[in-house]
Design a protein around this ligand. Structure first.
Ligand code: FMN
Length: 359
């Protein structure tokens, strides 16, 4: 996969499905955001009916779902773009399962409060046993195979925001063991199952080391996520996608804000030598540009900025200058070879969808 620019569409759940089947509204949405040789990462896609979630998010386990995704991936490819589907198992971050099965997690404590998407209370999980993990790993594998059948260029595994794999990584949720070396075993099993099925070059992983959403509050996010990145680096993935930390409230119950350095991703960049690193998290165009130029990240995934598309992509790309002469094999060569320098002249003809869109 050869990208012509480094502005990536971040995964964003929009709840526009009917009974877990993608709709034409979604085709329209993604098609309008596709750029020539640019990458879109889709919203989270449930890997199976037992993966939690709710009925207006997409799935990837039936022929009908695969067929509907085919229309969307084709629309993106027709505009010359690439698309990775984000594969999702929510674990305990769900209400009751429609299949009547019990939610799986690394613990038995339900999340407090109600799910913001359904307004229903979170369900009570059970600890996933060995055979449950086997089932989940093979659901990921099947979904990854279905994703390729549906025309995706690859899959991004949703290990961020305290969804099921992250419920195993975060030490305040997974209290079964004290070491990251053990907590990572199940998430790595998922990665290896998917890589074995579709190749590591079509598989990516998203992590949010510092997130405190859905009950996450790891005691040592830098050390633990560094270890996770070290393990992912060995696997030659398409990319690793990391969400920046933000200033957050002190966990000890204080109300003061805990300041964060300008970028929180430096420790992970140091371990991800060969693996392209996508950064995300409240990037302004200027910040994304600075981080890319400094080599801190290889591409910037933008979320909220790309929703209304009124600045997408022309004005943005005049700032993130990815023009002529610096087109590189983002997903094929070592990151040190793809560091960019600013070209003197932006080549706007590279960006073909500068008209304005609706949400
Ligand atoms: C409406 C909305 C839905 C989102 N859904 C997802 C999702 O499905 N999967 C995911 O990993 N992140 C999701 N995110 C997080 C974004 O991918 C991104 O990391 C976050 O919004 C921070 O980047 P931004 O400040 O550029 O928006 C969502 C964010 C928004 C605003």
């Amino acid at each position: 996969m050869l990208l012509s620019h480094r502005v990536v569409h971040a995964p964003m759940t929009r709840c526009r499905c009917e009974m877990n089947i993608p709709t034409d509204v979604m085709k329209d949405y993604y098609s309008k955001r596709a750029t020539r040789d640019g990458l879109i990462i889709t919203e989270s896609i449930l890997i199976s009916p037992n993966a939690g979630g709710f009925s207006n998010v997409p799935g990837l386990w039936t022929d009908k779902q695969i067929h509907s995704w085919q229309q969307i991936t084709k629309a993106i490819h027709d505009k010359g773009g690439f698309v990775f589907g984000q594969l999702w198992h929510a674990g305990r971050a769900s209400s009751v399962l429609p299949s009547g099965q019990t939610l799986l997690s690394s613990c038995e404590e339900p999340l407090q409060g109600t799910c913001k998407w359904t307004d229903k209370p979170f369900g009570t999980p059970k600890i996933a046993l060995h055979h449950d993990m086997d089932g989940v790993a093979s659901d990921y594998k099947a979904a990854a195979i279905n994703a390729l059948q549906a025309g995706f260029d690859g899959v991004e595994l949703q290990f961020a925001y305290a969804q099921l794999p992250d419920q195993f990584l975060q030490d305040n949720i997974n209290k079964q063991t004290k070491t990251i070396q053990e907590r990572i075993l199940f998430p790595l099993r998922i990665v290896d199952a998917v890589c074995g099925a579709i190749s590591s070059r079509k598989c990516a992983v998203r992590l949010s080391p510092f997130s405190t959403s859905e009950g996450a509050a790891d005691s040592d996010p830098i050390t633990h996520s560094e270890y996770v990145c070290t393990q992912l680096e060995k696997r030659m993935l398409a990319y690793v996608h990391l969400v920046e930390g933000r200033a957050s409230r002190q966990q000890a119950g204080g109300s003061c804000l805990r300041p964060m350095p300008p970028s929180t991703l430096l420790p992970f960049r140091k371990v991800l030598h060969r693996t392209p690193l996508l950064g995300a998290g409240s990037y302004s165009p200027e910040k994304a540009q600075a981080y890319i130029v400094d080599g801190l990240i290889d591409a910037a995934a933008l979320g909220k900025l790309l929703l209304p598309t009124r600045i997408w992509p022309i004005e943005f790309c005049t700032i993130i200058l990815l023009g002529h002469g610096i087109l590189k094999h983002l997903f094929q060569v070592a990151p040190k070879d793809i560091r960019i320098c600013l070209p003197t002249k932006p080549n706007l003809s590279l960006f073909t969808c500068g008209h304005s869109f609706t949400w």
